[in-house]
Design a protein around this ligand. Sequence first.
Ligand code: G4P
Length: 286
Amino acid sequence: MNIQWYPGHMAKTRRLISENLKIVDAVAELVDARIPRSSRNPDIDGITGHKPKIIILNKSDMADPAANKRWIDHYKSMGRAAIAVDSISGAGIGGLKTAFESILQEKNRRDTERGMKVRPPRIMVVGIPNVGKSSFINRLSKRAGAKTGDTPGITRDKQWIRISGGYELLDTPGILWPRFDDPTTGLYLAFTGAIKDEVYDVVEAGAHLCSYFAEKYPENIIERYRLGDINNMKGYEILTEIGRKRGCIISGGEVDMGRAARILLDEFRACRLGRITLEMPEDYDE
Ligand code: G4P
C-alpha cells in the first residue's frame, strides 16, 4: 500500500470524517470481497458511530461466490446491511438503490414525522486504499450519466458526486488505514496487491499463498500448475515445484524462487487460479 500512516495523519482523517459525518445521512463502507476483514479499517465503526451504514463487498467478481453469500449472511446476522458488487462490470450495482433505501428507512420515517422534507440522501464512501472506491464512485456516476444523458459525474463542488436517483456521494476525506496488529492482515493485503511488492518478501508471501491454497483450494493450484500430490508438502516446496513447472530455472538447475513467486502472485491477482476468498467469517470470533 506504500503509504505511511502517522498518528498525526490518522487523527486528521478521523477528525475530517467526523466533521463530514454531520452532513451525510449514511456511510457506504467498501471492502475487498476476497479479504473482507483484512481490508476493513479497524476503527471505522467507532469513527462513524450510529450513522446508518452498509458494507459493500466490492471486487465480488474475484471472490468465491459461496463466500460472498456467507459474508453477507454473516453481516445480516449481526444486523448489518451488506451487498456484493463488481464496480468494473457493474454487477450488483443495480441493487444499491434498494439497499440505501432500506438503511435510510428509519431516518426518513423520523424526518417525515417531524414534518421535514425527505431530501436526496447523501452518502459518504469510505474504505482503505485499493478496495476500489474510485472505481465504485466512477461506476455510479457513469450510471447517472447514462441514465439522464447528462455529463457523468456532475459535481456541486469537487467532493460531491451526484448519482442516479438524486443520491450524492462524498469521497472519504482522508486516507484510511488497515489493521496493523495482525500479521495475517499484512500478508493478505500483499496477496491481493494492496501492498506493493517492494515492501515485503515476495518469496515468503508466495510460499504462504501456496500453503493457503494447499489447505483451502488444493484443486485450483494442482490444476493450474499441473502439480502431483501436494499432500504433506510445505508452501515453500509447492512454490519450488511451481517454479520448476514454469521453467524458472537459474544456472545450476536451481529454481528462481523470486520469479516463481511473482508468477503465482500475478496469476492469483488476475484470477487465473479461480475466484478465491482468503478469509471467512468463521475464521474470526468477532
Ligand atoms: P481505491 O480508489 O479504493 O484506491 O481503488 P481503485 O478504484 O483505484 O481500484 C483499485 C484496483 O482495483 C484497480 O485496479 C481497479 O480496476 C480494481 N477494481 C476496483 N473495483 C473492482 C471490482 O469490482 N472488480 C475488479 N475485478 N477489479 C476492481 P488497477 O487499475 O489494475 O490498479 P492496480 O491493480 O494497478 O492497483
